[in-house]
Unconditional design. Structure first.
Length: 324
């Protein structure tokens, strides 16, 4: 109910579409499964941020379909500006900018300025990746597989979803652990699983809309695979993410044990317990991405393309820039 009220308050979706579609999209249910254990104010802010991300993604699609370069790049520039000073843009006349500023402003209140700067740096890169995808779509360029994978890791938001594990845990993870190979590998595999599984479920919609951005589409157009072969290949990559995550998870737990033992008062100190709980929370919720993503894609109305009048145009989308 809170998310529905927030959508209305921020004018991100007309009231009739909120009533008809908001609950069945299950955006808040998805986030509740991703960030188990988060305090209420944290999960509320992450949930609203995620809902905004979905609406922004849908607007990106509409702007690309209609070739609205001026509208897209104006929005992109305003988001960059709002990201650096969210408190100054809470009353911005553009709903997507004001809502974005409000969620970032709330997220910035949980941890340190260093975390805020890291989150902003990561999201600046995400906006830039959305610009690149926009250009690819309006010029009908399908990226090669390796190019697509790198781009997708940004447009899916890999880095910020991992950043948000820390306010969920209630503290920042020590940099030596957060930037370690095992942590980054585990994070990458849980996010790649999510992105590739999303590509599998989005493939019918994106083929119908003549989209260029889907791992399956890149495999078809650049590797010469048939549709059936591409689906098999994406599924294989999805499955590999699970097994590779388990390897990285084990290595991270071993690294954590060594880190705790090396602390001034050893693994029994209050700091050690705090770090152990934070890393444990992060790993637990990385694991949750696998089950939550799977559940979401089979329960959310976002992917029920066979029930839509137009398989390329979701009925829940509200084109905030207006049809061209």
């Amino acid at each position: 109910m809170e998310s529905r009220a927030w959508l209305l308050e921020k004018r991100l979706m007309p009231a009739d579409k909120v009533t008809r579609y908001a609950d069945e999209l299950r955006y808040t249910d998805l986030i509740a499964g991703y960030y188990v254990g988060a305090p209420r104010d944290v999960i509320s802010a992450i949930s609203d941020f995620s809902t905004w991300f979905f609406v922004w993604d849908d607007q990106h699609d509409r702007d690309a379909v209609h070739g609205r370069r001026a509208a897209w790049y104006r929005l992109s520039a305003e988001l960059h500006t709002a990201l650096d000073a969210p408190g100054d843009h809470l009353a911005h006349p553009e709903p997507l900018v004001a809502a974005f500023a409000e969620t970032v402003h709330r997220l910035n209140g949980f941890l340190s300025p260093a975390w805020n700067h890291r989150f902003a740096r990561h999201f600046h890169a995400i906006i830039g990746a959305y610009d690149q995808e926009f250009e690819n779509r309006v010029t009908k360029v399908t990226p090669k597989v390796a190019e697509y994978i790198e781009l997708r890791r940004h447009t899916f938001g890999h880095s910020v979803w991992i950043d948000l594990l820390e306010p969920t845990a209630g503290r920042e993870i020590p940099e030596s652990l957060r930037t370690s190979g095992p942590f980054l590998t585990a994070a990458r595999h849980c996010q790649d699983f999510s992105a590739w599984y999303n590509d599998l479920c989005s493939l019918p919609k994106e083929l119908a809309g003549d989209d260029q951005h889907n791992l399956g589409i890149s495999l078809i157009r650049h590797e010469g695979l048939s549709l059936e072969e591409a689906v098999v290949e994406v599924r294989k990559r999805v499955e590999n993410c699970v097994t590779e995550f388990e390897v990285a998870e084990k290595e991270l737990r071993e690294l954590l044990a060594g880190h705790l033992a090396a602390l001034p008062r050893g693994a029994g100190s209050a700091e050690a317990r705090s770090v152990a709980e934070a890393v444990g929370s992060a790993v637990f919720n990385m694991r949750n991405w696998f089950s939550s993503v799977y559940w979401f894609h089979h329960e959310s109305g976002r992917y029920r393309v066979d029930s839509w009048d137009d398989r390329s145009t979701p009925p829940y989308v509200s084109d905030l820039a207006g049809d061209a």
